[in-house]
Design a protein around this ligand. Structure first.
Ligand code: HEC
Length: 147
């Protein structure tokens, strides 16, 4: 095969991939089950968690344009699936009280050490970035609730 054929092959593959869009159909959110209803966080804490965590860890994901472009979309779909399985703010009340406390503690910890939100994410979502003041705000509340 010569180079030209390889490039055409890759091009065709990329075009064909676009026909396989990831499933973005909305998932019904039961307000009674959410983190907001269960834990009653202060407004500013909730707003920040929504900006920083909800695209991955909830059923209220907002999908930007590049989630329509394969193969990036395939990678993002996997990431969201993984994240929802680990922690889902939309179905928070499905956890036992003990598990909820543990989850609050885990969240506080991941934020404190800077593991969440992931670096690659807040590069694309400025509002998700936790500077020292925002970090302290959400971390301290989560930590307090986890006791
Ligand atoms: C871009 C997607 C994304 C965002 C945004 C994100 N996370 Fe995650 N998070 C993941 C993925 C994927 C995992 C599972 C794999 C892992 O542990 O790295 C995870 C794992 C976790 C876990 C570990 C759960 C367990 O299994 O114990 C916690 C806690 C967590 N995230 C909290 C947060 C918090 C709090 C925020 C917001 C401040 C946040 N995450 C933002 C993708 C994300």
């Amino acid at each position: 095969m010569n180079k030209k054929k390889i490039f055409i092959g890759i091009g065709v593959l990329l075009i064909v991939m676009q026909f396989f869009q990831i499933d973005k159909s909305p998932i019904a959110v039961d307000e009674k089950m959410t983190f907001a209803t269960t834990e009653q966080p202060p407004k500013d804490v909730l707003a920040q968690l929504k900006s920083s965590c909800y695209d991955c860890h909830s059923n209220e994901t907002k999908y930007p344009w590049y989630t329509y472009v394969a193969p990036v979309s395939f990678w993002i779909r996997g990431h969201i699936k993984h994240a929802r399985k680990a922690l889902n703010f939309s179905t928070w009340a499905a956890m036992s009280e003990e598990d909820r406390k543990h989850a609050l503690h885990e969240c506080a910890e991941k934020i404190e050490i800077g593991h969440m939100p992931p670096k690659g994410y807040y590069r694309m979502h400025e509002a998700a970035y936790l500077d020292d003041a925002k970090k302290a705000l959400v971390h301290d509340w989560l930590q307090q609730q986890s006791r």
